[in-house]
Design a protein around this ligand. Structure first.
Ligand SMILES: C[S@@+](CC[C@H](N)C(=O)[O-])C[C@H]1O[C@@H](n2cnc3c(N)ncnc32)[C@H](O)[C@@H]1O
Length: 246
């Protein structure tokens, strides 16, 4: 039976799903990366902190002891009902979203590529983009549209790597001083040697691709060569191909 304090924590995590200041982390890997990249953790709810520590011993020895130290024990049943999907590993955590400034993200780390997404729809794709951007040490991921980049489903897709680089939603994608490169299947074939350092690489939505305004503004339109008959790559796959082609 959960104590009053635990009941409050469970309620807080449920309510956090609609709170733009908070991030709900589902599963071991999301919490692992959040801890590693300095997230401010508010609560960790687990039905089996011992299992988390065994996973840490194998997969994240740098974090050994942190899971047991942070965890409040709840029942499997409570954990299952916390989100839309039961987590694969028995933990759900709550963290503060880091402060985000699009102007700072565009101006910082000028030699690193920046990822722009125009109106991405699929939260799993969006999370996979954040994950590959973090792996490739990009300067950040900025996006337009209605999808919340910090939705728990996107955080699952990124395995919590939202905390590794600035990630946020903007009204308009503004490249500032960076060269803007549009990724478009019909563009000039990708030549890694010709990609400028520190470019803002813009990718379109899954259904419609990039809009006319951004295509017209871009310094170049680049296409990743594909076998005839293939219309396009998955959004996150296209981001990976470009970031690792440089
Ligand atoms: C699933 S695709 C969108 C397909 C859309 N029907 C179109 O024609 O652009 C999502 C985004 O990934 C990028 N993309 C996918 N395949 C690509 C390719 N072969 N070359 C360049 N960009 C690609 C583009 O930015 C595209 O807008």
């Amino acid at each position: 039976v959960a104590s009053a304090g635990t009941d409050q924590l469970l309620a807080r995590v449920r309510e956090a799903r609609g709170d733009s200041r908070l991030a709900v982390l589902e599963g071991f890997h999301a919490l692992k990366h959040a801890l590693r990249f300095g997230a401010e953790i508010e609560a960790v709810l687990s039905s089996d902190p011992g299992r988390l520590e065994r996973m840490a011993a194998e997969l994240a020895p740098d974090l050994a002891g942190r899971f047991r130290e942070l965890a409040t024990v709840v029942s499997d049943e409570d954990l299952r009902h916390l989100g839309s999907h039961p987590p694969h590993t028995p933990v759900v955590a709550l963290a503060r979203r880091p402060p985000f400034s699009s102007a700072e993200a565009v101006a910082a780390r000028r030699d690193a590529p920046l990822v722009f997404l125009e109106d991405p729809r699929n939260l799993g794709n969006l999370g996979a983009v954040v994950r590959v951007a973090a792996a490739a040490d990009a300067a950040g991921v900025l996006m337009t549209g209605a999808a919340d980049p910090w939705d728990p489903a996107a955080l699952r897709g990124s395995a919590g790597l939202h905390f590794a680089r600035p990630v946020g939603r903007v009204e308009r994608l503004d490249e500032g001083e960076r060269p803007l490169i549009a990724l478009d299947p019909a563009g000039e074939p990708l030549d890694p040697a010709r990609l400028p350092a520190g470019a803002a690489f813009a990718f379109g939505s899954e259904r419609h691709g990039l809009g006319d305004e951004l295509l017209a503004r871009a310094a170049a339109r680049v296409g990743i060569p594909m076998r005839p008959g293939v219309s396009s790559l998955n959004l996150a796959t296209a981001v990976a191909a470009v970031l690792f082609a440089r």
